[in-house]
Design a binder for this molecule. Structure first.
Ligand SMILES: Nc1ncnc2c1ncn2[C@@H]1O[C@H](COP(=O)(O)OP(=O)(O)O)[C@@H](O)[C@H]1O
Ligand SMILES: [Mg+2]
Length: 351
């Protein structure tokens, strides 16, 4: 659907050229919601501006819907742009126009008749849930309602792709959820391909199918959202992911935790369950088989793309040999297990 190959964009302002995009290659499929995450300055906006032809690439190729767009101009350029809808962080509505007239604007520009426009705009307002606000002005709307107008306006040209640049970054968390749900709904109902740019990992987790991580103008990692969340490779990806799903260890535990084994001590383990194995009764299994007690110190199960991702921290109480067998058994079942450290056995210490 969107093929980007060796894309580079260098801004040459004065003596210091900025390489905003160094070498970006991506392949976005028809009908998916593709996320692009990166810190501020990573090159995200430059990338979308290249896709919607507001910027010319310095090198590389971009094709949308089978058409190479990086070299178009004139009427062909305008035609190609119509295929690409866009929504923005600050909505970019026309303040002197009503909701209806904002959504109608691209159709007026395309020279459509009043009757045609009414026929197209009415169902769009219904789709985004703004039928009762059709005659209101942007200043009378909440942020979420303004973004709904932005979405309806973008859809008016019947684009093949919707580009969203930080479209929920100005919204509170609850409104963000409702806008993301609307985008998901539109993606399913219309089969619309969505490219979603954000610096917020929860946004990616909420609705994206696949994601690419952009850092300093390069794609450092990409994969399904489940893969990226459960097995992040690049350091920056790990940081993005851990902001969302890793709970910090309780401070009481951190204070007790030591790096080396203690003679009268227990091992603290983190066990990570992914996908279907998250439901398997592994804990009760090892307790029965090896006679090791597992005290749960912390536990959390997230659902990513509908699949469970569990993360528990346990204190394993038992003979060192038996504890090692437990670790091996868990690994043999393809779960991740990591020794976080050692703690003195509270009960033995008291006794
Ligand atoms: N028109 C421009 N002229 C010069 N430098 C620019 C221009 N637009 C973006 N940049 C630079 O390119 C880099 C990437 O910017 P941008 O794409 O806006 O990042 P992001 O959207 O990820 O925050 C930044 O270093 C920015 O300063
Ligand atoms: Mg940006």
């Amino acid at each position: 659907m969107i093929e980007i190959e060796g894309l580079q964009k260098t801004f040459s302002a004065g003596d210091n050229p900025t390489a905003a995009l160094k070498d970006v290659s991506l392949s976005i499929k028809q009908g998916e919601i593709f996320g692009i995450i990166g810190r501020s300055g990573a090159g995200k906006s430059t990338l979308v501006r290249c896709i919607n032809l507001l910027e010319r690439p310095s090198a590389g190729r971009i094709s949308v819907n089978g058409r190479e767009i990086s070299s178009l101009s004139g009427a062909a350029l305008r035609e190609a742009r119509r295929e690409i809808g866009m929504i923005f962080q600050h909505f970019n509505l026309l303040s002197s126009r009503t909701v209806f007239d904002n959504v109608a604007f691209p159709l007026e520009l395309a020279g459509r008749s009043k009757a045609e426009i009414a026929r197209e705009v009415t169902p769009l307002l219904d789709l985004v849930g703004l039928t009762d606000k059709r005659d209101r002005y942007p200043s009378e709307l909440s942020g979420g309602q303004k973004q709904r107008v932005g979405i309806a306006r973008a859809l008016a040209s019947k684009p093949a792709v919707l580009l969203c640049d930080e479209a929920t970054s100005a919204l509170d968390p609850e409104t963000t959820k409702s806008i993301l749900a609307l985008l998901r709904d539109i993606n399913r109902k219309l089969g619309l391909t969505i490219v979603l740019i954000t610096h917020e990992m929860p946004v990616i987790k909420e609705i994206c199918d696949r994601v690419a991580v952009l850092d300093q103008g390069s794609v450092v990692e990409q994969g399904t959202v489940f893969e990226i969340f459960t097995a992040p490779q690049a350091e920056i990806t790990r940081r993005f992911v851990s902001d969302v799903i890793d709970r910090p260890l309780p401070s009481m535990l951190i204070e007790r935790l030591q790096a080396t084994p203690l003679t009268q001590g227990n091992v603290v383990l983190r066990i990570v369950f992914t996908g279907p194995t998250a439901n398997s009764p592994i804990i009760s299994e090892v307790v029965q088989r090896y006679g090791v007690l597992l005290n749960i110190l912390q536990g959390n199960v997230e659902y990513i793309q509908g699949a469970p991702y569990g993360n528990i921290v346990v204190e394993a109480v038992g003979q060192p040999q038996a504890v090692q067998e437990v670790i091996d058994h868990i690994r043999d079942n393809n779960l991740r297990v990591e020794v976080l450290g050692h703690v003195a056995d509270a009960h033995r210490a008291v006794a």
